[in-house]
Design a binder for this molecule. Structure first.
Ligand SMILES: Cc1ncc(COP(=O)(O)O)c(C=O)c1O
Length: 441
């Protein structure tokens, strides 16, 4: 999204405020050009015979986004049987889907086997059960390299206290099991965390993976997971992908030579590919001056974008309705009935009630983590693709909130007069707020 002549707009000259008027706020908008640019930048950074990027679809799983990744030549990284099914529905071949679950039942893993996708195992108990049920099915093993890395403790997953992966110290046990049960290990995987800035951290992990890989003679691929840091503050502080690509390629090519075969180098990024493409627009309901702060209260909350409250994540916030004039300091908060803060002490052009704010880097782990908390509707999603805007998810309605609830017959009278069932109740409620052209001016 660019600022031109006092107006924020997307490729094709689509004005941000006109999207807010057309679809209403709150609203998620994704720019396909940015996704494509990130995908191409990543694939261009490596110099190896065979590279496979598996988009970690937990970041943003709208089926249209998945189809676009398929179109770009990406594979898919999935963590639930539902993500596997979404991937297949989006047209990915089972071979192009890797399923990396954690603490799921063996039944769910068996369901993924039936669908024919690649299976990544991160627990010795599951490995034993898997070997008994599916001895012919090749697997990938997720190791825990005991590296403390990542933007915060909730997204650091490769350290010794983490529930993820099989400790590399337990590899002798893994080797005994696969040998005894005759299981073929086709891949070796690790993922140490998200938002890792330093190339060195990836290289330390890579050396551990190479060392373990030497013990496995039938490998087809090494999967280095993800964790590339993006610049949430728009300050350019991000993983140096070109440097990382150079260093990893050099080591990977050396490893393949030593191993005697060219393997596929795999990565499974989410954030790097979609974070920057996403924008979350929300209207200011109230400006509230207290004795210490000026709050801008928006028509959204942690139910729509939980990262600031969940991870203390920083997201840039701008006033899209005002692009010049006086600036003031605001704390941007949501409407959820508990502390619900998007950003503290943010300098923005002076906010009036009705202005539209934009929260940036809203492509990854934003809509996909949204909920109906406080019985709010989840917002619509719009994709900007080849200069046009496409609605790719409708705003929810009262019907959506109620559709899986089952009304107890004996409680029917408890509903408001005139409403004999939940459908009737749902139909009587208005949808979310639009931005009027007056608010836009
Ligand atoms: C196993 C695995 N792979 C890949 C990812 C994607 O990480 P990121 O979004 O930081 O690229 C995650 C994130 O949670 C993950 O758990």
């Amino acid at each position: 999204m660019q600022l031109n002549n006092g107006e924020y707009s997307f490729p094709g000259g689509i004005s941000a405020l006109s999207l807010c008027e057309k679809y209403g706020c709150p609203l998620y908008v994704y720019d396909y050009d940015t996704i494509k640019r990130q995908f191409e930048r990543l694939t261009g950074a490596f110099d190896v015979k065979s590279l496979k990027i598996n988009y970690a679809c937990k970041a943003l799983s709208n089926i249209n986004i998945l189809k676009l990744f398929k179109q770009m030549g990406s594979g898919l990284d999935t963590v639930s049987i539902q993500e596997v099914r979404l991937g297949l529905m989006a047209g990915f071949s089972p071979n192009d889907i890797i399923y990396t679950p954690n603490c799921v039942s063996i039944d769910e893993i068996s369901a993924a086997v039936k669908l024919g996708v690649r299976i990544n195992i991160d627990n010795i108990s599951i490995l034993e059960q898997f070997g008994q049920l599916h001895p012919e099915y090749p697997i990938c093993i997720r190791i825990n390299p005991h590296i403390m890395a990542g933007g915060n403790s909730k997204i650091s997953v490769g350290h010794i206290d983490s529930k993820f992966g099989i400790s590399f110290h337990q590899m002798p046990h893994v080797l005994r099991l696969v040998e005894t049960m005759g299981i073929r290990v086709e891949g070796l995987h690790m993922h140490t965390g998200s938002e890792i800035l330093d190339t060195e951290v990836f290289l330390i992990g890579a050396d551990i993976l190479f060392k373990q890989a030497r013990e496995l003679p039938d490998l087809d691929y090494l999967d280095f997971g993800s964790g590339f840091k993006v610049s949430y503050k728009n300050d350019g502080i991000e993983t140096d992908i070109e440097d990382l690509g150079k260093q990893i390629s050099k080591r990977f090519n050396f490893f393949c030579k030593e191993y005697g075969r060219d393997l596929t180098l795999m990565f499974e990024p989410g954030k790097y590919l979609v974070s920057e493409s996403g924008y979350f627009f929300s209207k200011v309901n109230v400006v509230k001056q207290t004795t210490s702060t000026v709050f801008a209260g928006i028509d959204s909350g942690l139910n729509h974008l939980v990262r600031p409250m969940m991870y203390d994540a920083y997201h840039s916030i701008i006033n899209v309705s005002k692009t010049e004039g006086r600036k003031r300091i605001y704390t941007v908060v949501g409407y959820i009935c508990e502390t619900d803060t998007f950003g503290i002490n943010r300098q923005m052009y002076e906010i009036a009630e009705g202005d539209v704010l934009c929260i940036k880097n809203a492509g990854a782990y934003c809509f996909s983590m949204a909920s109906n908390y406080n019985s709010r509707y989840r917002p619509p999603e719009v994709l900007i693709y080849e200069g046009k805007d496409y609605l790719i998810r409708k705003r929810e309605t009262m019907e959506d909130l109620l559709h899986s609830q089952v009304e107890m017959e004996t409680l029917q009278t408890a509903l408001p007069t005139g409403e004999s069932d939940f459908t009737g109740l749902a139909n009587g409620v208005k949808e979310g707020s639009t931005v009027s052209s007056k608010q836009m001016s």
